[in-house]
Design a protein. Structure first.
Ligand code: ZN
Length: 334
């Protein structure tokens, strides 16, 4: 689709004046007279010609959203690569991004729920076997006394809370999954959102930086959405690790690997926080070509840790919802 009035993707300056000066030939490259951004004329005149085959925001169907999931995550994993490919000319659809993220979390949630249920079943089954072995040596009278320690794996009283907790973890946290990795991941994902909000606010506040770079706020807002919400995927990883921990408590080959499981958690959390900062620095320098000095970037990166109180505020605001869900869970017998 040819854009009706071609504008600079960085500062939105109307380029019709420039184009009107073309008399004999059409150049392929130019410079925005307002912000100095290097323009690729064919992309400015017709942005729809940029179609990234791996990018979920360019997916034409739900099927493509799914098939492009791994390539998009792979490119997002290293922010430099992402910002080199997703330039300011690239057409964006934050609506499609959020749809993709929601669908992905939903699918992963169903998978992790099934994993948590399976692992819990195995754990309870083995507990039963152990208890049976112990009480088989007791008198029939004592056996009756200790029978309450056995869980009836066919009863609704076992399945309802197990399925319920597996589905609602970490919003509802009961006895079975005590490691709380999902809960920890949720906390750090919120911290990452807080960091992104601070980056956004700093871009809004520092008029001088914005005037110097002439950057449209829509770019900053999109980056906030992409970087702020992506870490919430880690909650699903946390749920999976919670299942792995429970498995390690009763399955020997895994129990020896529990240190590895802790290392995975540590690396993930560290990567999330580093990634968050790297994403913003890469956005500023590569994506938006803002000529920020290194000390300025270090200053903003340090200041972005003010995201910690923001994250605490988000968690406090979310607490009543969590309590309401917990009450509801108790009410339906979870
Ligand atoms: Zn411009």
């Amino acid at each position: 689709m040819v854009s009706p009035s071609p504008i600079c993707p960085k500062c939105a300056y109307d380029q019709s004046g420039q184009i009107a000066t073309w008399k004999t030939k059409c150049p392929t490259q130019g410079t925005c007279p307002e912000c100095g951004y290097t323009l690729s004329w064919p992309d400015i005149i017709d942005p729809s010609r940029i179609q990234l085959p791996w990018f979920v925001e360019h997916a034409k169907s739900k099927r493509q959203l799914l098939t492009r999931t791994l390539p998009t995550l792979w490119i997002l994993l290293f922010p430099n690569r992402y910002w080199k490919r997703v330039t300011m000319e690239t057409p964006r659809s934050i609506k499609r991004y959020l749809l993709w993220l929601t669908l992905l979390i939903l699918i992963l949630h169903i998978l992790t729920t099934a994993t948590l249920i399976a692992v819990n079943y195995g754990f309870t089954h083995q507990n039963n076997a152990r208890t049976n072995q112990l009480i088989s040596q007791l008198t029939p009278e004592q056996q009756k006394q200790y029978a309450f320690r056995l869980t009836d794996l066919t009863s609704i009283d076992y399945w309802r809370p197990t399925i319920g907790e597996a589905f609602l973890l970490p919003l509802v946290h009961r006895s079975n999954f005590e490691e709380g990795v999902a809960q920890g991941m949720a906390m750090f994902a919120t911290l990452c959102l807080g960091i992104s909000i601070i980056w956004f606010l700093l871009f809004c506040t520092f008029q001088t930086t914005r005037n110097r770079s002439k950057l449209r706020m829509i770019h900053v807002l999109r980056a906030t959405v992409v970087a702020g919400f992506l870490p919430f995927l880690s909650i699903e990883l946390g749920r999976f690790l919670d299942a792995a921990y429970l498995l390690s408590t009763y399955w020997n080959p895994i129990s020896r690997l529990s240190i590895l499981l802790y290392s995975v958690v540590f690396v993930c959390i560290l990567w999330m926080v580093i990634w968050q900062q790297w994403f913003w620095i890469a956005a500023t320098r590569i994506g938006w070509q803002v000529k920020a000095k290194w000390w300025e970037l270090i200053l903003v990166t340090t200041a972005s840790f003010l995201g910690i109180p923001i994250a605490v505020l988000i968690m406090i605001a979310f607490k009543p919802i969590r309590i309401a869900i917990d009450h509801f869970a108790v009410w339906i017998g979870i």
